[in-house]
Design a binder for this molecule. Sequence first.
Ligand code: ZN
Ligand code: ZN
Length: 363
Amino acid sequence: MKNDFVIKDRGRKLLRFLKGNQLDALVLIGVPSLRYFCGFTGSDGALLVCADKVVFLTDSRYTSQAQQEVMADKIVQHRGKMEGIAQLLDEWAARSIGFDAEAFSYAAFDELRSKSVPECRWQPLRREFKALRGVKDDAEIAIMRQAARIAAEAFYEIRPQIRPGAVERDLALALEFAMRRRGAEEKSFPFIVASGERGALPHGVASDRRLRDGELVTFDFGARWQGYCSDETVTLALGTVSRRLRDVYDTVHQAQQRAFETIKPGVPLRDIDQAARSHIGEQGFGEYFGHGLGHGVGLEVHEFPVVSPRSEDVAQTGMVFTVEPGIYIPGLGGVRLEDTVRVTENGYERLTSICKEYSSAIV
Ligand code: ZN
Ligand code: ZN
């Protein structure tokens, strides 16, 4: 068993959460939660926690893997997952039960409820629960830095192929192959490769379009390594672009710098969003920046916290999130620049490393 100490510490977070929310038990089934709180790397299982016990439930496919990986007081093999969970909760006489709301489908929850005693009160766990993974420890940061390094090296490898005539989809595929060859478990999400006027689609996944001289192309990509995701976006210029596109690029770049400068512990995340958003607005592009500035990254590519005008959280040392302002002008194109940063005691540190200066973006 590895990381016993770290996992034990995370188990204590769950216990504090349980007590703080006056719950008798917690039921976790989300893959990232299982990996984080008990070390299980498989794709199906359940972790049940009460005040004095942690039990991992799994089926015959995963029993031996769980015995090697999982930190729990007991590993139980079930025949039906929801039935197994309900039975254990009943043995514990748990009545007030928190569950991993985003991981349960409605059907799964309905089944669990129907197999449980009617006195059970179910409390969906949302933001406060996800916040338990919001501050990353040193081991997680080291992994995330490596995930970002794999993605960047893969990008540098395929960069010579990014030229007029290349097909977006071929570039996305080449990038994925280059990451996998470097040890990435998988891509952390479907890559965005959006060239020319497609750049106006914030989530334009790679298409059959061919790149052309004089336009911009945006790559949003990431690698998964040891379960953790990287997330980074670059926009490149194919030769000389129009004055307007160049203005768009500079505005996004400056907006990202403004946001970086505001990051430090104690700052409301909405203020970091605002630093970038107000700059884009002042330059006259406000209506073309519709999404939030960033999101947490970790075992999931989008996780706690949200960095947007509606954020309710405050930056804390060890939080990891993206800073990704963008401008998307229909019919013209767009620019997004994204880095993943860690909040440090004095400011921030970039975990992604590709240079976003315009001079580095010219192909
Ligand atoms: Zn991204
Ligand atoms: Zn992102």
